[in-house]
Ligand binder design. Structure first.
Ligand SMILES: C[S@@+](CC[C@H](N)C(=O)[O-])C[C@H]1O[C@@H](n2cnc3c(N)ncnc32)[C@H](O)[C@@H]1O
Length: 262
C-alpha cells in the first residue's frame, strides 16, 4: 500500500475549498449534544478550516483544534477572525504523534478523519495518543463511515467526476473534481486524486489560472476491527450508535458508526 503524507490531500487549494464550505452538516447537532453532555475543555481532531470548531466557539464552548495540514489551520484562523470569534487555539500536529500540554474533557474526531491515518499501526498510535490526552472522566467520540460496500470490483482509476464548485474570496471560482485511483481490498484502503482549478468565470471549460492535483487516501474499518483497535489502545467502549442517531448501531444503518469511548 502506498503511504502518503496525510497533509498532502488537504493542503494548498484544498484548504481554500474547505474554507468556502458553509454548510454546517448533519454531524453538528450530534457533536453539540456530546459537548453539552460532557462540559469542559474540548479538542477537535482534524478540525480543518473549523467547520465545527468555529460553530462550537460561536455556541460558547471552549474548543481547541488539531490538524496535520497547516494550510487548513491558517484558513480556520482567517475565518474565525472574519467572524469576530475568539482567536482559536490550534495545533499543527499529526494525531498519531499528538503531544499537547493540556488534557481534555471531550475529544472528538468528526468526519471519519481517523480513517485518514493510512498506516494501520499509526491509527492505533493515534487512539493511544488521544487516550493520553483525556482528562479524568473525559470521553473520546468519533465516527467511521461504512465503506466496505462502497467500492465495486472494477477497473481503477475511475473517470473524473465533478465534486464541488466554490466562490473564493476574490470572486474567482474553484472547481474540484475527484476520482478513485485504486482500491486495495487487503489493506482496506482507497487512493484518491482531487483536482483543483481556479477559473475566472463560471464554467469548468474555461482555462485555469491555477491547477493543482493532490493525492491521498483513507482506510475503511468494520465494526469489529474498530472495536479491537479501540480496546488495544486501552479505551473502553461506552456505546456505538448509527447514522448520527442515538440508536445502537445495527444492520439498518447505512452511513456511519459513532463510537463513544473513555
Ligand atoms: C475530511 S477532512 C474534515 C475536516 C473537518 N473536521 C470538517 O469536518 O470539516 C479531514 C481533516 O483531517 C486532517 N487530517 C488528516 N490526517 C490527519 C492526521 N494524521 N492528523 C491530524 N489531522 C489529519 C486533514 O488535514 C483534514 O483537515
Amino acid at each position: 500500500m502506498t503511504l502518503f503524507d496525510e497533509s498532502e490531500l488537504y493542503s494548498g487549494l484544498a484548504s481554500q475549498m474547505w474554507a468556502a464550505y458553509t454548510n454546517l452538516g448533519d454531524d453538528y447537532p450530534y457533536f453539540k449534544q456530546v459537548l453539552t453532555d460532557h462540559p469542559g475543555l474540548v479538542l477537535d481532531i482534524g478540525c480543518g478550516t473549523g467547520r465545527l470548531l468555529r460553530a462550537f466557539l460561536r455556541d460558547g464552548f471552549t474548543v481547541e483544534g488539531v490538524d496535520i495540514a497547516a494550510d487548513q489551520l491558517e484558513q480556520c484562523r482567517r475565518l474565525a477572525e472574519e467572524e469576530g470569534l475568539p482567536v482559536p487555539v490550534l495545533y499543527a500536529q499529526p494525531m498519531q504523534a499528538l503531544d499537547l500540554p493540556k488534557r481534555y474533557d471531550a475529544i472528538i474526531i468528526p468526519c471519519g478523519s481517523l480513517a485518514c491515518v493510512m498506516d494501520r499501526r499509526a491509527a492505533l498510535d493515534a487512539l493511544r495518543r488521544l487516550k493520553h490526552h483525556l482528562a479524568p472522566g473525559g470521553v473520546l467520540v468519533f465516527n467511521l463511515f461504512i465503506e466496505e460496500e462502497a467500492y465495486p470490483r472494477k477497473t481503477y482509476p475511475e473517470p473524473w467526476r465533478d465534486w464541488s464548485k466554490a466562490v473564493l474570496p476574490d470572486g474567482k471560482t474553484l472547481f474540484t473534481d475527484r476520482r478513485v485511483v485504486s482500491v486495495d481490498r487487503l489493506e482496506q484502503a482507497v487512493v484518491e486524486e482531487r483536482r483543483y482549478r481556479v477559473i475566472d468565470g463560471d464554467s469548468r471549460d474555461l482555462p485555469a489560472l491555477q491547477d493543482e492535483t493532490r493525492t491521498g487516501g483513507y482506510r475503511w474499518y468494520t465494526r469489529n476491527e474498530a472495536l479491537w483497535m479501540i480496546e488495544l489502545a486501552g479505551l473502553t467502549v461506552d456505546k456505538i450508535t448509527g447514522d448520527y442517531t442515538d440508536e445502537p448501531f445495527g444492520p439498518h444503518h447505512t452511513n456511519l458508526m459513532m463510537f463513544h469511548t473513555h
